[in-house]
Design a binder for this molecule. Structure first.
Ligand code: ADP
Ligand code: ASP
Ligand code: MG
Length: 402
């Protein structure tokens, strides 16, 4: 059997944890399986590297950031290879150049395009345990890129797809996917099985237990995932196309603080203005999420929308540079907002979901700034300071429906 295992940063944070992971790798290797391991940077290394960069230059280029951040993953794989060597087992660490993991050229948010399986396969044939750096790739300029925060999950799933692996296991610091972040909602329950579609929504809406693109790749190539703890032997959560268990109304609650709101006030109320605004943002690679347009009054209207907080500065620049063209009276920015969502495939045909969500927020005295819905989710925008309270209130409101 060929098994791909991915261990996150906290799972390899220090010497003791490195050896704990080494033992878990060996459990399968000793049974005769081929084992490929994808690792993240140890503990808070990535955050520390970001802080270090900002000390030198508050606004570093994305290319140089990628060059710096990818060193974290390189440390992890080499240290793990040393631990395995020390235990008497053959291991080899490989980075994105050595494997040939090709990505698009967008620094700090690249997408994997192709993974060459040749080198990994030949190392496996020699009975090596293969340790691969997560989160990184190489673009067509032969520059190193990163896949976005949390991207090691995507590396693991893409490698599992490229190698046609029999199993892909994502080991982390909780026992699986829960009905909400168990660190925020104490009553959150572990989910045994979840579909790709629901997991993709949860991950995209802020449940960082899996990188959202890892779920996209898993769905595209039919890679069944298991999310489980690196510290206990609990069963974990299976992520797959269809679940055997009966459909519940909702599968989970997610919160996302990487959100900012922009309000463009007093735009001329005529055709083409929304197109002009959003095409400008799209041309600059700025993703827009919730959009709200007011009713036109006295020949003008307002358009508010949200963007990821980490691109607010970029969005500000694009809008301010084009204020004249947009004919807007003013623009307001708010980076103290957050988005809280409920997700569930069962909600499409159930009209009670929105009202139950709003009632839960009302009972806790939490104000809603914006609302957005789709077939399988409802999101609200609220004050950032209310995030945890809102997640708990909504989770409590839906507790019999999970
Ligand atoms: P790793 O370093 O292993 O990649 P992450 O910190 O990226 O780990 O993701 C695991 C964390 O995701 C958990 O510690 C938990 O706080 C958080 N999390 C958010 N939402 C959920 C959820 N629905 N289920 C489980 N964990 C969640
Ligand atoms: N080390 C990277 C991060 O902290 C990638 C990952 O952990 O998946 O975002
Ligand atoms: Mg992660």
């Amino acid at each position: 059997m060929l098994i791909v295992k991915k261990f996150g940063g906290s799972s390899v944070a220090n010497k003791e944890r490195v050896y704990n992971v080494a033992e878990r790798i060996l459990e399968d290797y000793k049974k005769g399986h081929k084992v490929v391991v994808v690792l993240s940077a140890q503990g808070d290394t990535t955050d520390e590297l970001i802080a270090k960069a900002k000390e030198i230059n508050p606004n570093p280029s994305r290319r140089e950031m990628d060059m710096l951040l990818t060193t974290g993953e390189q440390q992890s794989v080499s240290l793990m290879a040393m631990a395995l060597e020390n235990l008497g087992y053959p291991a080899i660490s490989l980075n994105a150049f050595q494997v040939k993991m090709e990505t698009t050229s967008v620094y700090s948010n690249a997408r994997l395009k192709r993974i060459d399986s040749e080198r990994i396969n030949s190392e496996l044939e020699r009975r090596n345990i293969v340790l691969v750096t997560g989160f990184q790739g190489v673009n067509r300029y032969d520059d190193i890129t990163t896949l976005g925060r949390g991207g090691s999950d995507t590396t693991a799933v893409a490698i599992a797809a490229a190698l046609n692996a029999d199993k892909c296991e994502i080991y982390t610091d909780v026992e699986g996917v829960y009905t909400a972040d168990p660190r925020v909602v104490k009553d959150a329950k572990k989910i045994d099985e979840i579909t790709y579609d629901e997991m993709l929504e949860l991950a995209s809406l802020g449940a960082k237990v899996l990188h959202n693109r890892s779920v996209e790749v898993a769905k595209k190539y039919g890679v069944e995932l298991v999310v489980r703890s690196s510290l206990t032997s609990a069963e974990g959560t299976i992520v797959r196309e269809e679940c055997k268990v009966e459909k519940m109304l909702v599968s989970g609650v997610a919160g996302d603080k990487n959100v900012a709101r922009i309000a463009v006030v007093g735009i001329k109320d005529e055709p083409g203005k929304a197109f002009e605004l959003f095409s400008l943002l799209a041309k600059n690679n700025i993703n827009v999420d919730i959009i709200l347009q007011s009713i036109g009054r006295d020949g003008t209207k307002d358009i508010s929308f949200t963007v990821p907080r980490d691109v607010l500065e970029d969005a500000k620049k694009v809008i301010e540079d084009n204020l004249g063209r947009l004919c807007a009276q003013k623009v307001e920015y708010d980076d103290q907002v957050a988005k809280v969502s409920v997700v569930g495939a069962g909600m499409a045909s159930n009209p009670g979901v929105a009202s139950l969500m709003f009632e839960s927020l009302y009972d806790s005295g939490i104000n809603i700034k914006m609302i957005s819905t789709s077939e399988i989710k409802i999101s609200v925008l609220l004050d950032e300071k209310d995030t945890e309270r809102a997640m708990n209130a909504i989770h409590e409101g839906f507790k019999d429906r999970f």
